[in-house]
Design a protein around this ligand. Structure first.
Ligand code: ZN
Ligand code: ZN
Length: 336
């Protein structure tokens, strides 16, 4: 099978011809139809974060395709089903976080495209217990970005307990943010999009239904304050400066939710304003299987539009550059 492989950290990806992997007990093999490019894949390939991925590595945690073979103990009825292979490749199901409904914080997880091989390949292995079924009416192309970008912003917003008519600031309207804006609308919130290019700001108001758009090149606190401030700020960009700017845009009792992971890993926030305004700051990592199933359901109901462009896996290195340049409207998806 054809796969894009990170041979060593910080080396360009190589397109290789590999043996077809066989599913072992509890696993399924999926014929990949579409696989999204998440910024995390670039961080993984470069070894940017404190915990390093395996190498060689097949990246990708937005793989979607058809189950073609099942391992021992897996219901053969899964063959032929369209499933997604999300970041949470497997969770133990027994630790206090799994049992408590917070499986993304499992103490012994496997991560697709990080600790185990992911979806940048014609075929991929997943755990039957943790692949998520894609319902009828949701294409593989649309399902791919929802599998990380969608569920990450959906679960992050849920974690901030949005109330109808509250104001949600989404910083970064790309892969994650373009879906985050739509989920915020679905929760009944007023939405403010922030980004650094006119194209993305226009996209937010004209195609994604944002109520307001503000230019993140300017003073975010001032601009959002003029719109009544934000009750929730969802920062999708891996930038400590953007996180601090979003904090300054929050109303009293506001919630700052972090999902982007900056390579430099440090954030400075003012304690005085945090205390006096009763502001909460918390992180949110992807979403549970239930969260992803809900995202697919919302998409099937027509509540979300996926903005993505199709690419060939052979062009993976150019695609990384394209994403880093900021020229991609929202998401790139490799189609097979
Ligand atoms: Zn991702
Ligand atoms: Zn667990």
């Amino acid at each position: 099978m054809k796969a894009a492989v990170v041979p060593a950290l910080n080396a360009p990806l190589e397109i290789r011809e590999l043996d077809l992997p066989e599913p072992t007990a509890g696993q399924v093999r999926v014929r990949i139809e579409a696989s999204g490019l998440c910024h995390t894949d670039i961080h993984a390939a470069r070894g940017d974060w404190p915990v390093k991925p395996k190498t060689p590595l097949i990246p990708g945690h937005e793989g979607v395709g058809i189950v073609e073979e099942v391992g021992e103990g897996v219901d053969s009825a899964m063959v032929g089903q369209r499933v997604a292979l999300p970041w949470l490749g497997r969770a133990c199901g027994r630790c206090r976080y799994c049992v408590g409904g917070h499986e993304t914080y499992c103490t012994s997880p496997e991560y697709m495209g990080y600790t185990i091989d992911g979806g940048y390949a014609e075929h991929a292995i997943g755990y039957a217990s943790h692949v998520v079924r894609v319902p009828e009416g949701v294409s593989a192309f649309d399902a791919a970005p929802i599998t990380c970008a969608g569920v990450t912003t959906y679960a992050a917003l849920k974690s901030a307990r949005p109330q109808p008519a509250e104001s949600v600031l989404v910083v970064g309207t790309g892969g994650l943010g373009h879906l985050g804006l739509q989920y915020a609308r679905t929760f009944g919130c007023r939405t403010i999009a922030a980004d650094v290019t006119d194209e993305k700001l226009n996209l937010a108001t004209e195609q994604l239904g944002a109520d307001h758009a503000v230019d993140a090149r300017g003073d975010l606190g001032q601009q959002v304050g003029a719109l009544g401030g934000a009750d929730i700020a969802l920062v999708t960009v891996p930038s400590p400066a953007a996180m601090a700017a979003a904090h300054a845009a929050l109303n009293p009792t506001g919630r700052l939710v972090l999902v982007g992971l900056p390579a430099d890993n440090q954030l400075t926030l003012p304690v005085f304003e945090t205390v006096l305004r009763g502001i909460s700051v918390h992180g949110s990592l992807v979403g549970t299987r239930n969260d992803l199933a809900e995202c697919f359901e919302l998409h099937a109901m027509g509540r979300t539009t996926v903005i993505a462009q199709s690419r060939r896996l052979e062009d993976v290195n150019e695609c990384f550059e394209e994403v880093l340049s900021g020229s991609v409207p929202a998401r790139l998806v490799f189609e097979f």
